[in-house]
Design a protein. Sequence first.
Length: 368
Amino acid sequence: MFEITKSTVINSLKKISNDKINTSSLTLNSIRKFEFTTEDLSLEITLNTTNSEDVRSLIVNQLKKDFAELKNINLNILTKSSSKVSTHKDAKKDAILPGVKNTIAVASGKGGVGKSTVAVNLAVALAKDGASVGLIDADIYGPSIPLMLGLNDKPKVYQAENSVKMIPLENYGIKFMSIGLLVDQKDPIIWRGPMASGAIKQFMTDVDWGELDYLIFDLPPGTGDIQLTLVQTIPLTGAVIVTTPQEVSLIDARKALKMFERVNVPVLGVVENMSYFIAPDTGNKYDIFGSGGGEKICKELNTTLLGGIPIDPRIRQGGDNGIPMVFGIPDANETKILMDISRKLTEQVNIRNSNAADKIEILLGDED
């Protein structure tokens, strides 16, 4: 008689490549019920997905392919709720943002690498996978998030118990706030560092974010005084560095990584934007900005390459038109890449939170 284990089931499911299933986050804990007798298998699996027949068919077909001896597969899918998202335990974060489980900075060492585009699409991708997501446009001098999310209304305010609160705008399943919503689009932001930092603090304390799994900060490019003040003020779960493949960009990406290292903020991974170009007429691949830069810097600085995003005019068009690629063209290969990057980011957040919790348990054990 052949044998099936939880481990072999997970390995089978991880072979499924489909946007409807986040297989990268599957662990043995995802299997809530497991019964195997002779030729029958009964499973209850928790997935971060909608409980649809399409998902059920994908899973059952994969199991039948890998375990051809099975005659009956009884499958029950439990939809993973936001309560299953791991939480970054931090007293400072809980005081400033009590309803937010994780705070993630999206940063770059220099401008022009598509940082804001990556931040927006990551946020929408996380929301598509069922998470509750907020986005703060912390790029005070170049606020582009309202344009990329297709909304430029003034946020509403209400009188709370001890202060006036702003209600963030919401589109594509994410809440967001930007200085671009509060000033005229034609007016430059001519502020010194403390004023810019103060605005970001207000976006945290004076905005009613409610309950969020992830609050993403689109940081200004660079590693100057403003960036340093922000990362020291924001109680961050971790940071994502956006770069392009060429050495000119990698020089500054290294500086951004070192900045987070010095203020004890974990770098969750690197996203290599504009990795390559696929010619639509021939299908040929061109490394316009070189290749391997993101992988090189990850090995050099011991961090994770979350993925490489190709050059595609539709990504730019989505930003200009206020319809993020991940939402506007869900079946595109570039969307699948962005979804995969967001899932790898989720995995890194969970690893970071788990490691932090283990350290706390060890310290508490030492005290005993």
